[in-house]
Design a protein around this ligand. Sequence first.
Ligand code: HPA
Length: 269
Amino acid sequence: MLEKIIETTEFLKAKGVNDPDAGIILGTGLGELTAKIDTQIEIDYKDIPNFPVSTVEGHAGKLIYGKFGGKKIVAMKGRSHYYEGYGAEQVALPVRVLKYLGIKCLFLSNAAGGVNPSFQIGDIMVITDHINLLPNPLIGPNDDRIGARFPDMGEAYDKYLVNKALHIAKENNIRIHKGVYLSTTGPTFETPAEYKYFRTIGADAVGMSTTPEVIIARHMNLPCFAVSVITDLGIEGKIEYTTHESVQNEAAKAEVRMTIIMTEMISML
Ligand code: HPA
């Protein structure tokens, strides 16, 4: 694994991806944030050695390097999901490469179903903790050069960054929540009974991503900040027919607000 990480890191450095301050992984329907990047380099995942290529609509599959919020960033427009059939190694590699490129912080976004009864479609939730119901991406032999065998997950989401985001949202009059994100394999959306169960065990929002990347990042002690955009509701009486298109549309509507938060967060790094 380490050899592949180094090979990909060196490839990107040779292309000019140097000393990024932060990495950003963009979720379903949330890729337009990249329009705000002063882009210096853009590379398709398919042209990057060892990179998994996302097969999902709404995930462009491009790595973008440039200035955002006055900082040097690497953005991943499109990510791989477990439901696409990718193994843990393939999901892990891009996150490890970002760390080896030198990022100090990882920012993530996703589209999620709200199960907290106070949530509305279009709301933004800052993730304070998670329940990972996907297979743990660290299962298998551990490479101690990358991280410890048993990583602590007591503060998976950086508290300082969470508080900053709440402050930024307040200053910009953006409705925001804090909450627990639960990940499932997908690709089915939940049955009403499953939504109810996830609420019962402590979730505020449900999705199919993010926790593997956060686990991989925390394995390397990389601070993480993540937001969910609530694109549908898994709340009794409010459950409507959900499609990938409806998720993408609702995510796109919230994107301007999410971008304000991300820009200000990164500019204060
Ligand atoms: N469930 C799981 N994943 C999702 C949802 C959902 O309701 N909405 C967007 N991604």
